[in-house]
Design a protein around this ligand. Structure first.
Ligand code: UD1
Ligand code: UDP
Length: 370
């Protein structure tokens, strides 16, 4: 029998981190599966960091990133440029991930070519079309275009089964992010001496990049951080600042060269994992970080009002605090002084997986031609 041709398309840092273990697993099964990788490079530097770490050499690199790009041109570029790749490869299945513009437009492109699509991390929902923006609609739309659904949790399966999807192709696999995290922590124990952190201070790790937080909300996050370091002389804040100009501008304006606040470049994934391990508390609006931190026993305060990851809230590994200055300060200080609350959050079970999601997905891929 001919090998099953699997074309994996991704473009941003989080997609790359979450698709890397799956690409590796597909390559391991080269007797039955043929792996072809296409990166859109919606992100450039942050994508390349991940490709280097996992030693993935894309077969196609569409190199589309522009400084301060917009959703319209991004969508159009992905749609048109993936068409050529899909026509050239003529795959048996296309895999996309999550909820980015790359995922949505590559899925649409595959649908137009009538190629079956597998959606990794399918079924996440906030049920609010503008939060997160544009990700909620990206993932709903992608789910409608797909044939196979690799959903991380019971909740995401349930969301899919309640929608118009054929329930027979919904599989609960766990989230591949845990595969990536466990592999990286085991094989790349990077030191972070170069960050020159003070070992006598508690480290608060901060990341923020969501479009719905641009403007006032991100300024509020910065002001909360200023208040936190002023009130608590025993903490330092480390913030790898996302390169999006809408993040860089307010963050550097408000936080640059302030005492005990380290603004740094986005870290390569293995270093970021080491930094998460060394941190005491994580403040973030990132999706992936919410899923990873519980595996490292770190409490997460989510700088958003809604989440498509209700399991984490339910299991007690994360708390939604939004972007109100007082709420961020109070919730962080509560964790700094209340050891019982800290212990409860840091010891909660991670609902997102066991590190074997990619293996499960590959077993399903092997059966798609039967
Ligand atoms: C994108 C995704 C978002 C995801 C996030 C992860 C969309 C619409 N948004 O948002 O869902 O959570 O990635 O980080 O798909 N830039 C660089 N170098 C890089 C990456 C970005 O300079 O390696 C700058 C560029 O100026 C670029 C801008 O950041 O134009 C925005 O990148 P874009 O992918 O459009 O949006 P993100 O905010 O990164
Ligand atoms: N990450 C990283 N370096 C950093 C910050 C984050 O490697 O400096 C990783 C993080 O561990 C997680 C992923 O990037 O796996 C999350 O990406 P991001 O927050 O940009 O996107 P989201 O998950 O919100 O879509």
């Amino acid at each position: 029998m001919d090998r099953i041709k699997v074309l994996t398309i991704f473009g941003t840092r989080p997609e790359a981190i979450k698709m890397a273990p799956l690409v590796k697993e597909i390559e391991k099964n080269s007797d039955t599966l043929k792996s072809i990788v296409c990166v859109t490079a919606q992100h450039r530097q942050m994508l390349d960091q991940v490709l280097d770490l996992f030693r993935i050499k894309p077969d196609f690199d569409l190199d589309i990133m522009k400084n301060n790009q917009n959703l319209w041109s991004l969508t159009a570029e992905v749609l048109i440029k993936t068409k050529e790749v899909i026509e050239k490869v003529n795959p048996d299945i296309v895999l996309v991930h999550g909820d980015t513009t790359t995922s949505m437009a590559a899925a649409l492109s595959s649908f137009y070519a009538k190629i079956p699509i597998g959606h990794v991390e399918a079924g996440l929902r906030t049920f609010d079309k503008y939060y997160p923006f544009p990700e909620e609609i990206n993932r709903v739309f992608t789910d409608y275009l797909c044939t196979y659904y690799f959903a991380p949790t019971d909740k995401s399966c349930e969301n899919l089964e309640k929608s118009l999807v054929n329930p027979k192709n919904v599989y609960k696999t766990g989230n591949t992010v845990i595969d990536a995290l466990l592999y990286t922590v085991k094989n790349h124990n990077e030191d972070i001496e170069n960050l020159k952190l003070n070992p006598d201070l508690k480290t608060i790790l901060l990341t923020s990049h969501r479009r719905e937080n641009f403007g006032e909300p991100i300024k509020n996050i910065c002001k909360a951080v200023l208040k936190l370091v002023e009130n608590n002389k025993n903490i330092q804040v480390v913030y790898p600042v996302h390169p999006n100009p809408n993040v860089q501008q307010p963050v550097f304006e408000l936080l640059n060269e302030k005492e005990r606040i380290h603004l740094i470049k986005p870290l390569e994934y293995a270093q970021f994992c080491s930094l998460m391990k060394k941190s005491h508390i994580i403040l973030t609006d990132s999706g992936g970080v919410q899923e990873e931190a519980p595996s490292l026993g770190k409490p997460v305060l989510v700088l958003r009002n809604t989440t498509e990851r209700p399991e984490a809230v339910q299991y007690g590994t994360v708390k939604l605090v939004g972007t109100d200055i007082e709420k961020i300060v109070n919730s962080t200080e509560e964790l700094l002084i209340n050891d019982i609350e800290y212990k409860k959050m840091s010891e909660a079970v991670n609902p997102y997986g066991d590190g074997h999601a990619s293996e499960r997905i590959v077993e399903i891929l092997k059966s798609i031609k039967n």
